[in-house]
Design a protein around this ligand. Structure first.
Ligand SMILES: [Zn+2]
Ligand SMILES: [Zn+2]
Ligand SMILES: [Zn+2]
Length: 147
């Protein structure tokens, strides 16, 4: 497990530090997205003196290197998620249970082409995140209203 991350970091030319590896391990144990504060709480078990700014900085570096996915909720709160799928795809995120599902359909290429023609410039990337309730949570919510 640790070797997998080590080579991921090396491929991205990010320095492999014990803290970065520990962050990846923390997130690998979760199937949901976590807030920097939650990651900090888990990291403090191993690095007693680690500060929240260090966590924020490492999370940003890891997401800029595309090792971690950033999840931004409608209230602007940032969360992080470790996805092993390296190919181009997008995420559905459940706002209630924080489950993440990969969406392999990307309809943005056409939009990019439209934009490129219009601005007569160059397009580099796009961000698309679909927010909602997963099937379990939407069922629970509906039952809640009816009961
Ligand atoms: Zn859910
Ligand atoms: Zn994914
Ligand atoms: Zn896309």
């Amino acid at each position: 497990m640790e070797n997998e991350y080590r080579s991921t970091l090396q491929n991205l030319k990010l320095k492999t530090t014990p803290k970065r590896l520990a962050i990846l391990e923390v997130l690998a144990q979760e199937s949901i997205y976590l807030s920097p504060e939650e990651i900090w709480q888990r990291m403090k078990k191993r690095f007693q003196k680690i500060g929240l700014p260090t966590i924020y900085r490492n999370l940003e570096e890891l997401s800029e290197g595309h090792v971690l996915s950033k999840v931004v909720l409608p209230n602007r709160q940032r969360y992080y998620y470790l996805c092993r799928n390296q190919s181009h795809h997008h995420h559905f995120v459940c706002l209630y249970c924080r489950k993440v599902e990969d969406i392999h359909f990307c309809g943005v290429k056409e939009i990019e082409e439209e934009v490129r023609k219009r601005i007569k410039g160059r397009i580099f990337s796009h961000i698309l995140q679909v927010n909602g309730l997963c099937s379990e949570c939407s069922r629970l919510k509906r039952d809640g209203h009816e009961g």
